[in-house]
Design a protein around this ligand. Sequence first.
Ligand code: BEZ
Length: 201
Amino acid sequence: MFQLIGNPASPFVRKVRVLVHEAGLEGEIEEVTVTTSPIAPAGEVTSAHALRKIPALIRPEGCTLYDSRVITRFLDAHSGAGLYPQSHLWETLTLEATGDGIMEAAVLMVYEGRFRPEDKQDHGWLDAQWGKVENALDALTARWMSHLAGPLDAGVIAIGCALGYLDFRHPAREWRKGRDGLDDWYAVFSERPAMQATRPV
Ligand code: BEZ
């Protein structure tokens, strides 16, 4: 049994959980839910992840794995699900990096609001983070729609989880505006059982 240290609110954890469902690995993963933050890391996180982040995957044999991209790659190899297809490996990894980058900017924005007093929040910095998200969404619209419409892979999962997190934490930013194609794609993708089973509340 593997132990997944995480919290369902984290989009990086959700990406791993979606891949677990898609790869049919639910029976091999024990989810250990922790309440953690950069300011107050949980004990389990401090011992499992050198940088005190989630997710981490504790294995019965071998080192504990992090970060999310290492975990998804490992679980894919373990299951043989083929979510990093050799024929599109570099596209898949680049798309996953794009999803992770959207998540990272969006999480940093949440932290700015959560951990800094209102009068100390840097709105220029917040806007710059959102600018990164918008640039990435525009790149998806311009260059990645045919890949998103193709077979499921780890990059596609990362984009689905990134868009899900924007809905969850940044609904007022209205990422769908002017991006009908991406909106339509996500409307279908978000209905997948793996996405429904991992929806943050
Ligand atoms: C969140 O609540 O948005 C969150 C929780 C854990 C990690 C990242 C984000």
